[in-house]
Structures are given as C-alpha cells and as structure tokens.
Design a protein around this ligand. Structure first.
Ligand code: PXL
Length: 264
C-alpha cells in the first residue's frame, strides 16, 4: 500500500515532507514523495530563505515512474510552488492514482486571513480547480475563506461540497467554540479543544495524519477524531517545549497515538 506525498522540502521548520514522511509512515504506509521545491526554511516568519523550484525535475521524475509502472493508493497534495505545478498535479493524479484510489488536497494558501508569501487570488482560483478533482480537501479557516470568499463556515462548507464530496475545514473558531466542519452527505461538526496561539506546521501534521488514517480504511469521522487527538497532544507538547513556534509542532513523541492504533 503506497501513498504519494506531493509537497515541498523545507529543510528547517518541520512542515510539508519532513512531516509527511514520519507521520504517514507511523500509520504503517509506504510514503513516497514528489518534492515541489527545496527551501532552507518554510516561508512563515523566517527572513532570507532560499527557494529552488523543482518543476522541471518533477516532470522527469514522473516520466521515470511511468516507465516503472508505479501506481499509488492515495495521493496527497500540499504546498505547490507555482501555478503550473497545480496543473501538473492534475496530470499526476491521472497518471499515477490507482482506480478507486483516494486523492487528498490540502489547498495550502495561507493563514491568519493572509496569503503565504508568493500566493495571490489567481493562485487560489487555480487551487480551487484542483480541489474539484479531490475526494477530500483540507482547508484551514483562512484557506476556506480564500477559496470561497465566505467567512461563515457553513456557507463555505456547502459551497466546497458542490465541487468535492468530502470538504473538511480543519479548525473553525467562533466566539464560544472550536470545531472541525466537514461534509459527509450533509454538514457535520466535530468539537475540538481550543489552544490559544498560532502553531506553524499544524496543518501539515493534520493533513498527513488524516491521510494515514483514511489509507487504513477509517471512516471520515474516525479519521478526524484520531487526527484531532494526535494534533491536540502535539500542540500541548509544543506549548510546553518550544518557545519559538516557527520551528513547528513537537509531534514526534506523540506518534505512538498513530502507531498504537495501526499495529499490524
Ligand atoms: O505549512 C505550510 C507551508 C508549507 N510549505 C512552505 C510554507 C508553508 C507555510 O508557510 O512556507 C514552504
């Protein structure tokens, strides 16, 4: 059983592939990778980071894989370095996803109601079209707004449900509560504990664990509950252990939550 993670390599800052590899592997799956870019750090809060666009190598890598006849059970797409990569990922899905395989898109666009560096409205429109090809999409509250223009989570969710069978808004805060909003033949909500502050990389930890859970055959609800527990424990540990939140979630010593669940 193989998962393909399409995402960048941020050498420092624990996000994207440096998170996808350990977390998906902890769920017992083989995690293969298609790197979109190589950065010295992620772009969220570090000045002077390097950025190498890997688009032309992605094409060559895919051509080699085709010659090997490789196919994947689940493809998970995350941070894409430019608009042409969005189109390329659609082709990767057609070429390499098994029939009845699962396509998960984390439409990485921004946080705190702002785009990450390098992304804009046009990028968001293209990302929305990629979401239209997915079985699951995992926007955070900012991304759900950037994709739909709706701040109301129910409205955003039902708009997204028109293009994708299983949209999941991964953390939706109102004055009094905090929920995961998801669509499962209708709007559903999973209450989750609220932790104050921003935690860089939490979305990638969430998306990776969710992919691992779905890959193991869990229902959407079961996958979200286990993923939420794993993320919550990791966030609490980060609060205790990591003063500089740019360095990502302290999830490593919580991986047992996944390995215990997915023991042979
Ligand atoms: O965690 C999302 C993410 C992934 N990859 C890169 C990023 C970010 C968010 O800032 O900069 C390179």
């Amino acid at each position: 059983m193989r998962v393909l993670a399409i995402n960048d390599i941020s050498c420092v800052g624990k996000c994207s592939l440096t998170v996808a590899l350990p977390v998906i592997s902890a769920c017992g799956a083989t995690c293969d990778i298609l790197p979109t870019a190589l950065l010295s750090t992620h772009t969220g809060g570090f000045e002077g980071f390097t950025f190498l666009d890997l688009s032309s190598d992605m094409e060559k890598i895919a051509d080699h894989w085709e010659s090997l006849g490789l196919k994947f059970d689940l493809i998970y797409s995350g941070y894409l370095g430019n608009r042409s990569q969005i189109e390329f990922v659609k082709k990767v899905k057609k070429r390499f996803l098994k029939e009845n395989g699962t396509f998960v898109v984390d439409p990485v666009l921004g946080d705190n109601f702002k785009f990450y560096k390098g992304f804009d409205e046009q990028f968001a429109r293209d990302m929305l079209s990629l979401c239209g090809e997915a079985d699951y999409i995992l926007p955070n509250e900012t991304e759900s707004f950037l994709l739909t223009g709706k701040r109301d989570y129910s409205e955003a969710l039902s708009m997204l449900a028109k293009i994708c069978p299983h949209p999941v808004i991964t953390g939706a805060a109102t004055d009094s509560s905090y929920h995961i909003y998801y669509w499962d033949e209708g709007e559903c909500r999973l209450p989750i504990p609220r932790v104050e502050g921003a935690f860089h990389g939490a979305g990638d930890v969430f998306a990776s664990a969710f992919c691992g859970c779905i890959h193991n055959g869990l229902t959407t609800e079961e996958a979200l509950s286990l993923t939420a527990e794993f993320c919550y424990r990791s966030v609490l540990r980060t609060q205790r252990e990591v003063p500089d939140r740019r360095y990502g979630l302290s999830y490593e010593r919580e991986l047992h939550i996944l390995t215990d669940r997915f023991k042979a």
